[in-house]
Unconditional design. Structure first.
Length: 196
């Protein structure tokens, strides 16, 4: 069993964690909800579709840790433990669970249908954690929690699910090139250069 990550794997995970940080700034605050519309669900789906479950979990976990130590990586450029303990904290925890579960459901296949089904099953996980958390923190009833923490986001999340599948389809092969394949390609290029 492999215990360390290659340079390429670490670089991919770091880039996706950085993309998740940037996506937090693409945020539209709704006047009637504590939860903003962000590009984070798109990037969570991408992380899950491009990485294996362990790597997806570590990538999202790094993002959460960066936010916990106070870096402004959560939605709207917020950071600190208060954000995780606040109304949107459940969504942040839901992102971690969703990334791992979507990646597990997708498996090693890079198929449009399987990826689409995986993200459509995975996105409700975010809400299964986020909505009850928000309900408790803000002391809302279920109707209010659902109308402010779930319903306004469903149409956009369906669009983000489909977009992530089609964005990741061509990227999957690039991101999941093994180090051995990279080394073989480099050797072949050197051999070809010598023969010219």
């Amino acid at each position: 069993m492999k215990k360390t990550f290659s340079t390429q794997e670490l670089t991919t995970m770091a880039l996706l964690a950085a993309l998740l940080c940037v996506s937090s700034y693409i945020s539209i605050q709704l006047p009637f909800s504590a939860v903003p519309i962000t590009a984070q669900t798109l990037v969570i789906n991408m992380i899950a579709l491009l990485l294996k479950p362990k790597k997806a979990g570590i990538t999202v976990g790094i993002w959460i840790l960066l936010g916990l130590v106070g870096l402004p990586v959560f939605s709207g450029g917020k950071g600190g433990f208060g954000v995780l303990a606040g109304a949107t904290g459940g969504y942040i925890i839901g992102y971690l669970a969703a990334a791992i579960i979507i990646s597990l459901l997708k498996g090693n296949k890079n198929k449009i249908v399987r990826s689409t089904v995986s993200v459509i099953i995975g996105i409700p996980i975010i809400y299964a954690v986020g909505v009850p958390w928000m309900k408790v923190i803000l002391n809302l009833g279920w109707p209010a929690a659902l109308t402010t923490g779930l319903l306004p986001f469903l149409a956009g999340d369906i669009i983000k699910c489909i977009a992530s599948v089609y964005i990741c389809k061509p990227l999957y092969r690039v991101v999941n090139v093994s180090d051995e394949q990279v080394q073989l390609s480099a050797k072949k290029q050197k051999k070809d250069q010598k023969s010219v």
